[in-house]
Design a protein around this ligand. Structure first.
Ligand code: 2AL
Length: 170
């Protein structure tokens, strides 16, 4: 899909197509539609990022809380969005052995308890096996720094999803 097609979209179509580029946050696509026309992928994503940056702390934490746990129970319950399912299976997280999964789940629970939101990582950009190491490292970071890191990962996921939709190289 090219940018002219994006610019020609009515509100409903735009939200249907871009509503999940920020996981389970269609409100952000609804707001970004007002900023059209867009000159290209970089311009489009700039508006998604600016919306997130402009949120109060509670809103930024809310965006993070809309993300599923990595390798969590949702895949087994069938509640992952299609995008998240694809990303997590490409990263091999759904194939963790029982002991690795247990350890990873323990660490994600510690992370959520410490920071109040789930661990978010753009898994398509990380090496296979890197997620557990990254989780252990970030668990020790100061909360304000970790919030910034996690929102940076949300933006990377958004960039990859937008590039997929526009048929561009990320
Ligand atoms: C995700 C997800 O759904 N896709 C991805 O790359 N990371 N979730 C997460 N908690 O990090």
């Amino acid at each position: 899909m090219d940018i002219e097609k994006v610019n020609s979209m009515g509100f409903g179509e735009f939200v249907d197509v871009f509503g999940n580029v920020i996981e389970r946050c269609p409100l952000i696509a609804a707001a970004v539609w007002s900023k059209r026309p867009f000159s290209g992928l970089g311009d489009l994503e700039k508006h998604f990022f600016a919306f997130i940056d402009g949120l109060p702390l509670s809103g930024q934490e809310g965006v993070l809380r809309c993300h599923p746990e990595l390798a969590g129970r949702q895949p087994q319950c069938g509640r992952l969005t299609a995008e998240s399912q694809r990303e997590q299976s490409a990263a091999g997280l759904q194939n963790l052995g029982a002991a690795e999964r247990l350890r990873f789940t323990e660490l994600t629970a510690q992370y959520r308890k410490r920071f109040g939101f789930p661990f978010v990582l753009a898994v398509r950009l990380s090496d296979p096996g890197a997620a557990p190491r990254e989780l252990a490292r970030r668990l020790r970071c100061p909360p304000a720094q970790e919030l910034r890191t996690a929102l940076g990962e949300v933006k990377k996921i958004c960039h990859l999803r937008l590039a997929d939709l526009l048929g561009e190289q990320p």
